[in-house]
Design a protein around this ligand. Sequence first.
Ligand code: G1P
Length: 296
Amino acid sequence: MRNKVTKAIFPVAGLGTRFLPATKSVPKEIMTLVDRPLVQYAIDEARAAGIKEFIFVTSRGKGALEDYFDHAPQLEQELKKKGKDKLLEVLKSTNMDSGEIAYIRQHKALGLGHAVWCARRLIGNEPFAVMLPDDVIAADKPCLQQMVEAYEETGGNMVAAMEVPADKASSYGILDVKEDMGSMVSVRAMVEKPKAGEAPSNLAVIGRYILSPQVLRNLNKMKSGAGGEIQLTDAIADEIDGEGVYGYRFNGRRYDCGSKAGFLQATVAFGLEREELRDDLEAYLHEVVAARKAAE
Ligand code: G1P
């Protein structure tokens, strides 16, 4: 029997400069899609996949993120008094049990690989997940759950994968595919942010990983890679000839909420998912599009 994946690392130390001035005081990860912070989507997805321990790698200025996960007894009391049971339920569904959540500081912004490495002592010697909350994935079966099920067959290391337009490949970790088995591919090489025209394919790594603890040991000796940062991609690539690396083409739609365009698209998509918002929002979108067309 393979070890179950019960721990997940959430690297949330980034400055979020693309969302300035908002991120001057609000951590990017608690910016909201409709009414839920980005990070809540990641937590819910992790829980659905069987994750029991949530490890956040934070940095200076992320206090609001820790507060978000705290219980809010006063607010709960207030809602109870007013008989707002539905809201109370919503609020309680975000509560984390004591000991379920841990925070580690990344003291220097040395890259994603370094952020993950900062959590090494909390992981120990078992497989673990990494989730990048910027990548929000809408799916019938949550993406990490799909991956955990696939991982039970393969073991090794698994990254979520998605085809991206060729001119966007240099923004991603890119997979060189050895064998394409449909939803699963075995990986021959991985390149972090290849230069234009040098990508081995257009199959990109998306921010969901299931990794063996060996990757943490690889990170111990990792030198800086693309962009002068310590790259998680490089530490995973070291396992291609070791425990193996697989790409998993997940079912679902990924929104790049690290970009403004992606964030806006996700806001619209998640808004349309809500029964109470759908009709008005849809009517408004039609109206806007029609008005723009008429003005052309
Ligand atoms: C990170 C990873 C990259 C991956 C991407 C997915 O890059 O380093 O391999 O393709 O996330 O979102 P970042 O977007 O943090 O620059």
